[in-house]
Ligand binder design. Structure first.
Ligand SMILES: NC(=O)c1ccc[n+]([C@@H]2O[C@H](COP(=O)([O-])OP(=O)(O)OC[C@H]3O[C@@H](n4cnc5c(N)ncnc54)[C@H](O)[C@@H]3O)[C@@H](O)[C@H]2O)c1
Length: 485
């Protein structure tokens, strides 16, 4: 494959600049974070416009889910980066006495960030914050499926940030493939499992580490909530967690709801009322609900509804408007479990409700499917909470709310199994783009001869006792009777 001049030149320049060591200084990192904050501040309206153009996102939703989140994350990194960079002292076991140990976080080098179209600003700039905080040089490849945001980022990033170290390269699959032929020190990918496996195969050629932020089917479990106001609040949060972010086109949005059969009609009634309150009598005219990103995804979602058994399960909504790429908030009751809508990530405004005899069956239901990026559960039952926490596996678990984990910088964000691997946000982003280097300082005295050949029984016994003593010393340290160094 022919590599474009832009791709070759960009990676060559970044590598050369990274080698100068300038990106490693705390001053450079902080200046870049400040520049990013200026960029967001000065271009807020342009971002609102681009997000509206690509996805019909309302400015408040755009600020809540993207622009505000980036500001919050950059401010957090700005105030913590010096602390994160500082070498961390490490206890060294007595076995190695006399010695000192520390852990140094060093930048990985030149990194590549692929972002997705559904949060095109957030998913490009939030990993960038981690990458520059950790002192790396970066290429961002925004999603070509959100073209207004992609070209806005390509236009403004060089005007604010150190363009020797941060570059935006726009394009589709062809450019992605060219980028993947270059050597990177890390690839941070947000997108689908299909493309993730292409990325991982390419990365394997150079043993490049990858972080894969993927999606999946995130379930919401609704338990008995005897207090009617709890039930209503849970239903409201389910609406917020399904249609709130980008009209369901969100990796951590609710994909389907699990509820006991006897509660399903009450749930549907409340959901309908909340949908009406949020989006009005005629949601197609609503200015607060995002549009489907493009015709291809619109058709994909319409096809999910074409299966006659699925169509028969629609109990609310279902209307579509191709011209405006709009699909009404739609609720389906018990579509067949082997239909596409229940086997593939929906990534749109369709909400299947799956009824169970007992809510405890939700554990088995979830465990019989690929590991989701998030599990949401509305319950006050501690036993059920324990079962969900310890008997299922997912990127995150949230009790009695939805989506909030994404904005919480102190928690790691990432998937497991088919929903991806690696984590970011806050300090986790810094770690994702750093190598933790072990440093040990020893002195040139106190030589222990039994560690060297020629071997004999005495040396074996000496090493055995030295290792045991080491554990004894650790035991003393646990009791607070011994301090290393
Ligand atoms: N975990 C998360 O944080 C998160 C966030 C948003 C979306 N997602 C997931 O992303 C998916 C939807 O996003 P998408 O449609 O943008 O995904 P996608 O996999 O189609 O595209 C993601 C990125 O890969 C690039 N790409 C496309 N073809 C490529 C190729 N052949 N080689 C290399 N790169 C290529 C795209 O340009 C884009 O930048 C959903 O599965 C969703 O759950 C996950």
């Amino acid at each position: 494959m022919e590599i474009s001049w832009e791709v070759e030149e960009a990676t060559r320049e970044l590598r050369k600049y990274f080698k100068t060591g300038r990106t490693k200084s705390v001053t450079w990192r902080k200046n870049q974070l400040r520049a990013l904050l200026d960029l967001v501040h000065d271009n807020e309206n342009a971002m609102f416009e681009a997000l509206h153009q690509d996805l019909g996102k309302h400015p408040v939703e755009a600020y809540r889910d993207e622009i505000g989140g980036v500001e919050k994350s950059a401010n957090n990194s700005l105030s913590c980066v010096e602390k994160w960079m500082a070498p961390k002292k490490s206890n060294i076991p007595l076995l190695f006495f006399p010695a000192k140990g520390e852990v140094l976080s060093e930048p990985l080098g030149v990194v590549l960030i692929f972002s997705s179209w559904n949060f095109p600003i957030m998913l490009a700039l939030d990993p960038l914050i981690g990458a520059i905080s950790a002192g790396n040089a970066v290429v961002i490849k925004p999603s070509e499926q959100a073209p207004a945001c992609s070209s806005l980022l390509a236009n403004i990033i060089p005007r604010y940030m150190d363009s020797n170290a941060v570059k935006v390269i726009e394009g589709g699959a062809d450019i992605c493939e060219q980028l993947l032929l270059q050597k990177w020190d890390k690839i941070f990918f947000t997108g689908s499992p299909r493309v993730a496996s292409i990325v991982m195969s390419a990365a394997a050629k150079n043993l490049t580490p990858v972080t894969l932020e993927l999606g999946g089917k995130c379930p919401a479990i609704l338990d008995h909530l005897s207090n009617p106001s709890d039930f209503k609040l849970a239903a409201k949060r389910i609406v917020g967690g399904k249609w709130g972010p980008c009209s369901g086109q969100a990796c951590i949005g609710i994909d389907y709801v699990l509820v006991e059969e006897k509660l399903s009609s009450a749930l549907i009634e409340v959901l309908k009322k909340v949908i009406k309150r949020f989006y009005g009598d005629n949601p197609v005219e609503s200015k607060v609900i995002s549009r489907i990103v493009n015709k291809q995804h619109f058709e994909r979602l319409c096809n999910l509804l074409k299966d006659p058994l699925v169509a028969a399960s629609i109990i609310h909504g279902g209307s579509v408007d191709e011209e405006n790429l709009f699909i009404e908030p739609t609720i389906l009751l018990d579509p067949p479990l082997d239909s596409q809508i229940m086997t593939e990530e929906i990534f749109g405004p369709l909400l299947p409700i799956i009824t169970l005899n007992k809510i405890q069956e939700s554990i088995e239901f979830i465990n019989s499917r690929p590991k989701p990026l998030a599990i949401y559960a509305f319950t006050k039952d501690d036993t059920l909470k324990q079962k969900i926490q310890f008997e299922t596996s997912s990127g995150s678990v949230v009790f009695n709310d939805t989506l909030v984990q994404f904005l919480c910088d102190t928690l790691p964000f990432g998937g497991v199994g088919l929903s991806g691997f690696g984590r970011y946000h806050g300090k986790y982003s810094f770690d994702t783009f750093s190598h933790e280097k072990a440093v040990m300082h020893r002195n040139l005295y106190l030589e222990i001869e039994p560690r060297y050949p020629p071997w004999n029984k005495f040396k074996l016994e000496f090493i055995r006792q030295a290792y045991r003593l080491n554990y004894f010393a650790l035991f003393l340290q646990m009791l607070g009777l011994k301090k290393y160094n």
